[in-house]
Design a protein around this ligand. Sequence first.
Ligand SMILES: [Zn+2]
Length: 517
Amino acid sequence: MKSYFAYIRVSTVKQGEHGSSLQEQRDAIMNFAARNGLRISAWFEERETAAKIGRLEFTRMLKSLRKGAASGVIFHKIDRSARNLTDWSVVQDLAEQGVDVRFTQEAVNLGSNEGRLTGDFLAVIASHYIRNLREEVKKGMRGRLKQGIYPLAAPIGYLNNGGGKPKTPDPERAPFVRDAFHWYADGRYSLRTLRDELYARGFRTKNGKKVDANRLQQMLRNPFYIGIMYMKRSAESYIGVHEPLVSKAVFDRVQQNLDGKRNAVATSHAFLLRRMITCAHCPYRLIGERQKGYVYYRCHTRGCPTLTIREDQVIAVFKTRLRPLQLEAAEIDELREMVLARFNQKEAWRDEHTHALNLRMEAVRTRLSRLIDAYTDGMIEQPLFSEKKLSLLMEQKALEEERSLIARNQSDVTRTLDAILERLKNVPLSYENGNATDRRDFIKELTSNITADRKELDITLRSPFREIASVGDVLSGGLVRDEARTKRIQSVVEVLMKWCGPGGQTSSSPPYAPPLG
Ligand SMILES: [Zn+2]
């Protein structure tokens, strides 16, 4: 009795193929062998996964067959012997070399020209089918993405709820993820100190381990946490229906800090303004050094016109910028009353604002659909398309957040207002009274940008201090007449109205955040 090899292939990635499980293939081959009086001398079982490319068992079997270890081979079906036409030509070669190739489900005799033609024909159909199947799998993912459902495993802080359902916050880990974003946005942690802090407070991976710094960085970079699903392979992004864990404003600050940290080469922790001064000519931060009792910050780029700048000069400029923020205690109380009174009057203002936001969202949607048309018509290339789409989705997200902030109640308004007024009250003293860490925090809290250009310094205050200061610049100085004073107060009220009201804190520059706990 001639001996035959039996070959079985199952794939864990395929979908919609029926009747080809491992056991079904094995049974079919055993029945076929018994019916035809063939003896099976060895089984080769291939288990394919999406990650594994190639067919190890198939290659091993080929080697053996070429050495004449069996006179033939039995496959379940043609599509089990070949995944594509390249595979198929290998099977054809076997038959050419005199190996008896049999299929349990197809009566094809590869020993004859006619049989080969039939086999070719069936292989073409099989490979067409497999191609479609892959396309379907891809489409299945895209379909879900378009419904806002993430087709991959849940990122840390979320739970998987089965294929067709949105991810939901993991009650155990989501609070840590939120903390991680807020702490990192605050700028006081490095990835490593953040990792340790989270671990100390009980944050663990699913395996009960400390989250490593790389994974933490991936997490902080993932826009999934603000509700955007970014697919790495296709570089495409989609709006998710899952509940975001952080606001876009916080996410943006985290990205800025991550970018900043990457650029800071060697920073000493001793310097007050470390990583805070940007060079106007290079994308880098200035690096602190001590010389003859003075602290200097230097741009380390060779040949850069920004050489060094003295710390006390930076502080002097900073203090000048604060001068218009110095309001009297009575003025501050007056401001508080006026702002709150205006809020109480302005219910209609809320509707107006919502309406304006709806119009802006509509415009973004129109731009998005035009962009998709342009891409479909081949007017723009895929990388540009993906980039523009991501930025439009980001904009949409920001507008949605702004709209949800409109629902903020009066107590939120009061809290934000009081935090700002408290800051204003203490501006003259805060810097002088603090220790080094307090001073650094104070500068960070009030400035959004310090840029050095040669010997010139440009210090930008954070909103709303920037706006309040610019009112002061115009009106303060010398003897403030009553009329001018009233005008000034009115203008500051306008700024505070905008800022504390719905949507006030989602402006594009990093907003003022009351210090944590
Ligand atoms: Zn420079």
